[in-house]
Design a protein around this ligand. Sequence first.
Ligand code: ATP
Length: 372
Amino acid sequence: MLEAFSEGNEMKVTLEGLTKYFGRVVGAEDLNLEIGDGEFVALLGPSGCGKTTTLLMIAGIYKPTRGYVYFDDRIVNDLPPKDRNVGMVFQSYALYPHMTAFDNISFPLRLKKVPKEEIKRRVQKVADMLGIGELMDRKPAQLSGGQQQRVAVARALVKEPDLLLFDEPLSNLDAKLRLRMRGELKRLQMELGITTIYVTHDQVEAMTMADRIAVLNAGRLQAYGTPDQLYDHPETMFVAGFIGAPPMNFISMNFEERDGAFYLRRGSLELRLPDELGRLAKSNGAHGEVIMGIRPEDIFIAGEGDVRAEVYVIEPLGREDLVTFHLDGERVRVLAPAPFRGKIGEVMSLSYNKDKIHLFDPETERSLLKEE
Ligand code: ATP
């Protein structure tokens, strides 16, 4: 079923110093990125960070102000979009309302004047693969959101593209369907092995689907790595705070060294750091004020904890409760096994998983735990 896609359509994409200005507005600036053959890369970042601009430069719809897009070893800056053999799926699906699903899917092949019989065969093949083979006579208005989405994906696949570009393709679906399509798209991409670039502002989508995530902010690349690398070893506070839900807690602390041991202190609160972590932070220039980062799942409510804090609010999530504590003027979120037994206003002890502490420089907001 999938053989037609399995040969000769893999492609590496390289962005080199890729920049786009809209007048004085920065769309994307100096992006350097390599997307391997068959890899699934998510472009992740908040609204306006330049994800769509980058995708449209790769598609050839926007011309870069500076820099290059390579497909394998070839610079494609001047290659028109229609000659790039790229399949695109947008948030809006962009289906033609007056055409049937069959006509929508076959549209790119008809443009290329592919013979009728071959069109029929290829459309049926992708439609069956996506489970919409029975819906070919319907117009978009007669299809559910999920079915329309599949038609849009089928239209992108029918060309047997070298590269798939997705721009927030699941945003218009309800939560349950989004979850299902997420898994299906991931599975499909794995089976087809087509190099894929997927724009999303949803960090869960990026984490669950992508081989690697490129985090963008204000047009610039903040980090590029596997979901695990970005989650476990974020290099900047932006990445640390953007990836993970509920987000990482940040608390301003004082970094101190006494008798060869390392401590974080804030008022009466003092934490001894694991020696290795302390040494690494010191070698990266930690002194005086630092920002401690700790994820809500790395704090525990314990009989004899490291600190005492007051329960501020309790938010049940089903499997766990999200409990926000007041700690010396800061709010600290903790994921506690449900049901959480404490009450609002109660003072409880918290302990930290100290191996999971992150430290950041308050000026540069860069990690102080980067290994050389
Ligand atoms: P979103 O998630 O909201 O779609 P995004 O990360 O895709 O955001 P882009 O659409 O790439 O962001 O926009 C990046 C920046 O470039 C924004 O400041 C935006 O206002 C600006 N921009 C995008 N397209 C244009 C345009 N055609 N003309 C002028 N400015 C633009």
